[in-house]
Design a protein around this ligand. Structure first.
Ligand code: G3P
Length: 220
């Protein structure tokens, strides 16, 4: 499972990218607004840091507006992926862009049926928002798992992105569905690396190592 970071925060992207585990970045208008900077320059900076797909979202509602934004965004760098919400207009825009070989991440996907449409429109990625499904009392993981099965049934190559991940257990559950990609917030990625037994183990190794050095130096 590839790991993407779900943020537009440059410092967080730099830090996690330095671990060598990052395959891409997803942003959305909310995450970009949180940074309080001009959107295109943020996307440009991210494309220079991470060697992988960087999703930048359109904000138009109509096909023509989406296409105009998509063409502008795709000029920023080769690894910019156009994020488009799954609406009838969004599907039509995705079809047009995919026939121009511009890659689309179809976003705000909440059902198997929407995921099937995204694939037929030629989306390279479909983002399934788990946390938001859980928020309204649906089982996000089970819907994600059904989408994985439906895609497998037909050999669909659209990559599934598990998005709206809220906590470390989501990541583990997502991995068990066989999904292609998890896009994960910074805080959750940080938590993934932590385990109390790892910290305890390091303390113990250091303690024993220091004891040995003390013993050796008293014998000299
Ligand atoms: O990738 C989608 C994500 O940014 C949405 O997360 O927590 O706002 O539902 P959330």
């Amino acid at each position: 499972m590839k790991i993407f970071i779900d943020t537009a925060n440059i410092e967080h992207i730099r830090e996690i990218n330095s671990w060598g585990i990052l395959s891409g970045v997803t942003t959305n208008p909310t995450l970009c607004a949180r940074e309080g900077r001009e959107f295109r320059s943020v996307i440009k900076e991210i494309t220079e840091i991470v060697d992988g797909p960087i999703s930048a979202e359109v904000v138009s509602f109509d096909k023509e507006g989406m296409l105009k934004e998509a063409h502008e965004l795709s000029k920023i760098a080769e690894n910019v992926i156009i994020k488009i919400p799954i609406t009838p207009e969004g599907l039509a825009a995705t079809k047009a862009l995919s026939s121009e070989r511009i890659q689309v991440n179809m976003t705000l996907v909440f059902s198997v049926n929407q995921a099937l449409l995204a694939a037929r429109a030629g989306a390279s990625y479909a983002s399934i928002f788990l946390g938001r499904l859980d928020d309204i009392g649906h089982d996000g993981i089970s819907i994600l798992s059904d989408i994985v099965t439906a895609y497998e049934n037909y050999g669909i190559t659209t990559e599934i992105i598990a998005a709206s991940i809220r906590h470390p257990m989501h990541v583990t559950e997502v991995a068990l569905t066989g999904v292609d990609i998890a896009t994960i917030p910074y805080k959750v990625i940080k938590t993934m690396a932590k385990h109390p037994l790892t910290d305890k183990g390091i303390d113990r190794f250091l303690e024993d190592w220091n004891k040995l050095n003390k013993l050796i130096s008293t014998k000299k």
